[in-house]
Design a protein around this ligand. Structure first.
Ligand SMILES: *[C@@H]1O[C@H](CO)[C@@H](O)[C@H](O)[C@H]1NC(C)=O
Length: 641
């Protein structure tokens, strides 16, 4: 290390600040660690430690006061309500401080690295230094190994790494380190895998996956509920049933100014013929309509191979999102090419240029893609975000590291500052996670684990998490709904990472005061100070969806999210028509006005060998505040500045 300093010093002008002694930065302290190698990964015996790797140090952003700024533009009582910021203003607000940059560069110099400000990109908030693996090990007090995934993919990682005391607080995280590959590779449970989540099923752990909807019975044309009919809504949900349930009666006036985006991850793709089949049945004038394609990192529409797993999610989201907001032109963010797919980060990159350099090379797909046929670009800041963005995919919170999640969660905060409403589905497995898995005593995911497995980004306090309800069998649309109990259970619970946001305090205190669950702290984070989810809910059971040329019933919070997204899009239309700004981050307003929701007080969300939580009066970790009342929400948001 020290000899490298001398070599480096020889070739450069003498007018240069000498490196501070490394002791100045204090002892190394573990910055991130993981106790187990993730499922499906194995350590490989050999690693050439002279290999050069780019060590990427993601600097802490200057987030002091960020949440206050968000509340200032999102809280209904704030005089600055809806006075959103533009992308440039947000980037400048949160760029790392000069102190942060200087300390990190000084530390690297003290360790013998010839770095200067050219290694730092102000707009991208990261310092990147190529170095041999053994040098990175010295720098970070880490031991690197090569790890191989069961799919043959190899990457370099360590189980823990450390940073000096004086440097730690200026760094979000370093890459590559403890982060393992968890692409959002779609995987839907097949028919046979449908299970009662209270009965742990044997067999291998299911892949980390989007919250894909579940397919039920196929419907013959004669069995289809006709458009306009509300007689079978307890067996078949159609756009008319949803309008009746939530009072959606509204003629749009500002479609030219408004926007609504739905995000899909390749290889999921909609089938054009399915949109027409659905529109012919349920959307007068809608045949031939297509979403506006916003391709992110090579995302394309593909109807080459058809299956429910490949088309179910996209068809569902677009058929309902487009029907409920017709004639608004809906945008489709199709993220990822067929080789790599995409992560939420790759999508966020496309909306925020400053986030782009911070991707984790082991967790996020690599763009530009050097592979034959791969996407040669990287879409940084390519699109202005639509006013509302709906996503029906999710990770388990435990799949990702807290640092990675916090950094991504802050991106949703920034979108809120820019006036964007971000909704995510809360999951379909009750208190269990994707595939019905729970956390076992060793920290692994397993169908027999006993600890609840919350969903991310639903646990991020800067998005709106959407749970699922259903019409009780035999009931009409006029009767109160209950939490989803058919095929799927509404994802809900409390974060192990994110604290309770201020806007949730009253609701969660009321919940614990009157309905404290009996589960122990080993089953879930019961400290009463954690972010609870979902925020609200909407019907997610028995959707009539056209998939691969036929109608069938579909289940999932996947359905609930675009319905809520559509409602927010319509409310934005009304505000825009009145010369007001879009609603942006809605949670502070929703929690301040719970009476704008139909409170759901029956049903539960089983999982992890328990009955889960129960839907009760007020907010609960099954259905949140309840289902939307469109007329009340419309009135509420129009009354705001
Ligand atoms: C850090 O990881 C190494 C293995 O790479 C392990 O031997 C060591 O015990 C870990 N240290 C801590 C404090 O977890």
């Amino acid at each position: 290390m020290f000899s490298k300093v001398c070599v480096a010093l020889l070739g450069i002008p003498l007018l240069r600040v000498l490196a501070a002694p490394r002791e100045q930065f204090g002892p190394h302290i573990i910055h991130e660690e993981r106790s187990v190698i993730p499922n499906q990964w194995d350590r490989r015996p050999m690693l050439d430690k002279t290999r050069i790797i780019p060590v990427r140090i993601n600097l802490a952003q200057n987030l002091e006061g960020a949440e206050d700024l968000l509340m200032e533009v999102s809280h209904p009582d704030s005089p600055k309500y809806a006075q959103h910021y533009n992308a440039e203003e947000v980037a400048d607000l949160f760029a790392p401080t000069k102190e942060t940059i200087d300390i990190v560069l000084d530390w690297l110099r003290s360790e013998g690295h010839d770095v200067d400000h050219s290694h730092y990109n102000h707009r991208k908030a990261a310092v990147v230094v190529p170095m041999p693996i053994h040098t990175a090990e010295n720098l970070l007090h880490a031991t690197y190994d090569a790890y191989e995934h069961t799919n043959g993919k190899v990457h370099i990682a360590c189980m823990n790494y450390s940073l000096p005391e004086a440097v730690r607080h200026h760094v979000d995280f370093v890459l590559p380190t403890v982060h393992f590959d968890v692409h959002t590779t779609p995987h839907a449970p097949t028919q046979e895998e449908k299970r009662d989540p209270t009965v742990p099923s044997p067999g291998k752990l299911k892949d980390k996956s989007p919250v894909l909807p579940k397919q039920g019975a196929t419907l013959s044309p004669q069995a289809l509920a006709p458009a306009g009919s509300l007689s079978k809504c307890d067996q078949q949900i159609t756009p008319d049933c949803l309008r009746a349930l939530y009072g959606i009666k509204y003629t749009q006036k500002a479609t030219k100014k408004n926007s609504f985006g739905i995000v899909e991850y390749t290889p999921q793709s909609y089938i054009p013929g399915d949109l027409d089949l659905f529109a012919k049945q349920y959307v007068p004038g809608g045949v031939g309509r297509r979403p506006k394609l916003l391709s992110v990192d090579g995302g394309q529409i593909s109807s080459a191979s058809k299956s429910f797993d490949l088309n179910g999610e996209s068809d569902l989201d677009l058929e309902y999102g487009m029907a409920l907001t017709f004639p608004l032109s809906v945008s489709l963010y199709q993220a990822g090419d067929k080789i790599f797919g995409a992560s939420f980060n790759t999508f966020l990159d496309a909306l925020d240029n400053t986030y782009c350099a911070g991707d984790d090379p082991t967790q996020d797909p690599h763009y530009p893609d050097p592979n034959p046929g791969g996407y040669k670009g990287k879409d940084c800041g390519k699109y202005a975000p639509t006013n509302v963005i709906s996503t029906s995919y999710a990770y388990n919170e435990i799949d990702l590291t807290p640092s990675y999640e916090k950094r991504q969660c802050n991106e949703y905060l920034k979108l809120g500052l820019r006036g964007v409403t971000v909704v995510y589905s809360s999951g379909d497995y009750g208190v269990a996670g994707n595939g019905g898995n729970c956390i076992d005593a060793s920290g692994h995911l397993s169908p027999s684990g006993l600890r609840f497995n919350p969903s991310f980004p639903s646990t991020c306090p800067y998005i709106t998490s959407i749970g699922a309800t259903q019409i009780k069998p035999g009931n009409s649309v006029a009767k109160p709904e209950e939490a989803a109990q058919t095929v799927i259970f509404s994802g809900g619970g409390f974060s192990n990472v994110f604290p309770m946001p201020s806007y949730q305090k009253t609701a969660i205190q009321y919940y614990y005061k009157h309905f404290k669950p009996s589960y122990s702290s080993s089953q879930y984070n019961n400290n009463q100070k954690a972010r609870g989810f979902p925020d609200i809910s909407a019907n997610g059971v028995n959707y009539v969806v056209a998939v691969d040329g036929a109608f069938s019933l579909v289940y999932g919070t996947s359905a609930s999210a675009p319905v809520v997204g559509s409602i927010f899009a319509l409310i934005n239309d009304a505000r825009l028509a009145h010369g007001k700004k879009p609603i942006g981050f809605v949670n502070p307003t929703l929690y301040a006005h719970p009476s704008a929701f139909n409170d759901i007080t029956s049903g539960n969300n089983p999982g992890c060998s328990t009955q889960g939580f129960t839907a009760v009066k007020g907010w609960d970790p099954v259905t949140g505040l309840g289902t939307p009342s469109f007329p009340k929400l419309l009135k509420l948001f129009l009354s705001l500045k």
